[in-house]
Design a protein around this ligand. Structure first.
Ligand code: AG3
Length: 283
């Protein structure tokens, strides 16, 4: 069998004329939830792969490049993160990384789609492995509604969403980020997955237009993730008070580095170094 999965960037919400292509084996699960289509397939060389509405979410082989970056960059930028909120992140990868931080007393994770959580437990045990951690509060509900009722509660908020089409559309709006701002403590900060600077510039311009209007300090950082469109992926960093480096817990990061596959102190600084064309997108 010589079968390929294609993430067709033509067939989604814009017409790009490019695709991501990965050789696949057996389908482990395919189903439609109330929110999206979930597929889980085997790949010959990269472990199991999760696809939502035709877009690659993760492979077991390189999920670390996403999950370490969405969690550790903001968490090490905060001097003392005790309460962390994750919106989305149903596979559990972001929560797994957040819970490595001993200073985190509670991590609340609000995932809209229970099917993603259920199937991640079944087919991605090394990613979903901390979902029963007593420091994690897992809620299956709409993150937008949840955050409406949170005021001045969180040190760090992570937005681990899909693309801005389908259930994640509302997670890229001014309305939502005003609520994120209210849910953060006075010295809180947030990170959000922010798409590819090669392919999704329009989305990024809109997102940073919103963030720049709400947060006193915003910037972007990058990670190299093989099976996301273009392989270069970005995260938005927005903060009420601290820059990425002003209060960074570098000693703690040094201690954690041997157990990580991606993040280390030099990488922490370096991931904020942006090519000129990207600086223009976020200005
Ligand atoms: N979050 C998905 C990032 C968006 C990928 N986009 C795409 N393939 N078109 C990943 C969830 C992992 N916790």
């Amino acid at each position: 069998m010589n079968q390929w999965f294609n993430e067709e960037l033509d067939e989604q919400y814009f017409d790009l004329g490019a695709r991501v292509s990965i050789k696949i084996g057996e389908t482990l699960f395919e189903g439609q939830s109330d929110f999206q289509k979930l597929q889980i397939v085997k790949t010959p060389n990269f472990g199991n792969m999760m696809i939502l509405d035709g877009a690659v979410m993760l492979t077991e082989a390189n999920e670390f490049a996403y999950h370490e970056m969405i969690a550790h960059i903001p968490l090490f930028a905060h001097p003392n993160p005790k309460r962390v909120l994750i919106i989305g992140g149903g596979d559990g990868g972001a929560a797994r990384e957040v819970l490595r931080h001993a200073c985190v007393e509670e991590c609340v994770m609000v995932e809209i789609d229970g099917l993603v959580v259920e199937k991640s437990r079944e087919f991605f045990p090394t990613i979903a492995c901390e979902l029963d951690n007593p420091r994690l509060t897992l809620l299956i509900e709409d993150g937008i509604k949840y955050i409406e009722n949170a005021q001045n509660e969180f040190d760090v908020i992570l937005i681990d969403s899909t693309d801005p089409a389908g259930p994640a559309e509302g997670l890229f709006t001014a309305d939502f980020y005003k609520k994120v701002n209210n849910a953060l403590k006075v010295d809180g900060l947030m990170a959000a997955q922010a798409e590819s600077p090669y392919y999704f510039q329009k989305t990024q311009k809109e997102l940073f237009g919103v963030l720049n209007g709400i947060f006193p300090y915003t910037t972007m950082y990058l990670s190299a993730i093989p099976f996301y469109p273009s392989g270069t992926w970005s995260f938005a960093f927005a903060s009420k008070d601290y820059s990425e480096i002003s209060h960074a817990r570098v000693v703690d990061l040094e201690k954690m580095t041997p157990s990580l596959q991606y993040v280390n102190p030099a990488l922490f600084r370096g991931c904020f170094a942006l090519p000129n064309f990207i600086k223009k997108i976020i200005a």
